[in-house]
Design a protein around this ligand. Structure first.
Ligand code: DP6
Length: 289
């Protein structure tokens, strides 16, 4: 039996809009979340690939997981079968994208079980086919992913502390895979790659030059841009809930008062991710309200 673990990641410059094979329409930048991981085990099985704990997932999600395993096996001409077990150290219902950590862990585990000797870059590339954002989980603490693949991003500020404001833990009505398709119907999508690229340059510079407040503004504008795409798609949709807006108002008020605070971002969901610097140890979610 082979067991492998992979972390999740949170994007500050978002991957939103893709083409065939989960190729992103724009470059993204993420911070790797080592405290949130998935562990996948593969045990040889004589007859067929089986997902042992498939009942914990939707049928579609379970099939997608097994399809990725089949994709990797085909890539390496492997004809055996496995029983797959997957476990997160955070609940699926926590509202944290678990596809990044789970597909990264499955890719790592399958490569090892099959005996494929491949580089981290190749593993990341293979993982992208399962779920785009998972290709960023192979590089830490920062990862940039563009048309040349994912790689470690050289950013001076490290050891950020992640906190999650959990607003909704139910399964979302529009999956992120569906959102990637929907945003292309938005009239705002035309300039999206350019806006994301400009923010990427500005954010990396701000983080490297310790301009934290500038980084906060760029990240805020970036998630607002992605959510504006959702709001202007046809048909339009939204993940933002009244509680999300309440917390965003509180965070912004905190920033205006203290001229300092956390970096904030929201994925395709209602929950709010915070990143704090090392010297902000005394600050936590309750400090904000
Ligand atoms: C909003 O990686 O979940 O979290 O490639 O279809 O699996 P698929 O999509 P996924 O998209 C993540 C979108 C996002 C932003 C991000 O993580 O960059």
């Amino acid at each position: 039996m082979v067991t492998c673990r992979a972390p999740s990641n949170i994007a500050l410059i978002k991957y939103m809009g893709k083409t065939e094979g989960n190729c992103p329409c724009n470059a993204s930048l993420s911070y790797t979340l080592h405290d949130y991981w998935t562990e996948v085990s593969l045990e040889e099985n004589a007859n067929a690939d089986v997902f042992a704990n498939a009942n914990e997932f939707s049928e579609q999600a379970a099939n997608r997981f097994l399809a990725h395993l089949a994709y990797i096996k085909k890539l390496f001409g492997y004809s055996g079968f496995f029983t797959v077990t997957s476990r997160n150290n955070f609940p699926h219902s926590a509202g944290i994208a678990s596809s990044a950590s789970s597909f990264a862990a499955l890719t790592k585990c399958a490569a090892q079980a099959i005996g494929a000797t491949i580089s981290t870059e190749q593993m990341s590339e293979i993982s992208r086919h399962g779920s785009g954002s998972s290709c960023r989980s192979f590089f830490s603490p920062w990862c940039v992913w563009d048309e040349n693949g994912a790689r470690k991003a050289e950013i001076k500020i490290q050891n950020l502390r992640h906190e999650l404001i959990l607003i909704d833990s139910t399964r979302k009505a529009v999956s992120s895979s569906e959102a990637h398709k929907a945003v292309k119907t938005s009239l705002l999508f035309a300039g999206r790659p350019q806006r994301a690229a400009q923010r990427m340059t500005n954010l990396i510079a701000a983080l490297n030059e310790n301009r934290w407040e500038e980084a906060y503004h760029i990240c805020w504008e970036e998630f607002a841009d992605m959510h504006a795409l959702f709001a202007t798609s046809r048909p339009h949709f939204s993940y933002i809930q009244p509680k999300t807006l309440e917390w965003l108002t509180a965070i912004d008020r905190f920033w205006r008062t203290h001229k300092d605070g956390p970096i904030v971002t929201i994925d395709a969901g209602a929950n709010i991710h915070l990143l704090w610097r090392e010297d902000q140890k005394q600050l936590h979610i309750p400090s904000l309200y």
